[in-house]
Design a binder for this molecule. Structure first.
Ligand code: PEP
Length: 264
């Protein structure tokens, strides 16, 4: 089996401006572009849509990926405020988050809409990063695995084995997002193994190829332990991705995982 290439993605959410983005990107290029040149890991940023052009210009040819935080499930037309996958292609976007819990909660995104967005991204050859995760109430009620695997199956059912290899999943327990609370490495690993089981239920022959990222208060200080787990293939990083030093440390941890997997 070929090892899964570690993937560390920042999610800037609704933060940044032209000046701050430039400082963050140039700082990270200086500290970490060398880690990417060996080809053992992938890293990038999901930026607010107005800054896709800035990210594309700044990051093209550097090894860093750039992505969007959401897309429309519709190709074009009267959908005020939405951004199509064709528009993302214009900015050579590499990946796009889908079903982030902030969008599920604030915009009432349904499993059906998330599945349709995912299809649109696959058709546009943009890597979808499907975000799934349970609330604290669901975890305390012992429903975490059922909820998370249910979200995975609802979004991915009907995809071919080949399509499954062209996406990533991010497990982001809602209670850990932006709260400073992180799932323990053991708990996160246990859920990642369950997600991989759900993927195997869809297409057993490729489940081992799909990258499953952990998200929820990932920082430089906890990334080593998280990325040492067998099924944690990297991270989706919110708050810490806005801090140059923290994100550099997280990229170091992903690089070390690539080394342990023999990818460097
Ligand atoms: C996120 O929103 O994807 C996230 C993981 O945020 P944070 O790292 O701030 O918890």
């Amino acid at each position: 089996m070929t090892a899964r290439q570690p993937l560390a993605l920042g999610n800037w959410k609704m933060n940044g401006d032209m000046v701050a983005n430039e400082q963050l990107m140039s700082g990270l290029l200086e500290s970490s572009a060398g880690l990417l040149s060996a080809g053992g890991l992938q890293a990038g940023f999901a930026v607010p849509a107005p800054y896709l052009f800035q990210a594309a210009v700044r990051l093209k040819g550097t090894g860093f990926l750039w992505g969007a935080q959401d897309c429309s499930d519709q190709p074009k037309g009267a959908f005020t405020g939405e951004v199509s996958t064709a528009m993302l292609q214009d900015f050579e976007v590499n990946f796009c988050l889908v079903g982030h819990s902030e969008r599920r909660a604030r915009h009432q995104e349904t499993d059906a809409q998330i599945a349709a967005k995912l299809q649109a991204l696959l058709s546009a050859n943009i890597l979808p990063v499907l975000c799934v995760g349970e609330s604290l109430a669901q975890r305390e009620a012992g429903q975490a695995a059922e909820v998370v695997c249910g979200q995975v199956k609802a979004a991915l059912k009907g995809l071919s084995a080949d399509q499954l290899t062209r996406l990533a999943v991010a497990y982001e327990p809602i209670w850990a997002i932006g709260t400073g609370k992180t799932a323990s490495a053991d708990d996160a690993q246990a859920m990642h193994a369950q997600i991989r089981g759900a993927l195997a239920g869809l297409h057993p022959q490729v489940a081992n190829q799909v990258r499953i990222l952990y998200g929820g208060s990932v920082k430089a200080s906890n990334s080593q332990e998280l990325f040492a787990q067998p099924d944690i293939d990297g991270g989706l990083v919110g708050g810490a991705s806005l801090d140059m030093a923290d994100m550099s440390g997280i990229l170091q941890a992903a690089h070390q995982r690539a080394g342990r997997l023999g990818l460097l």
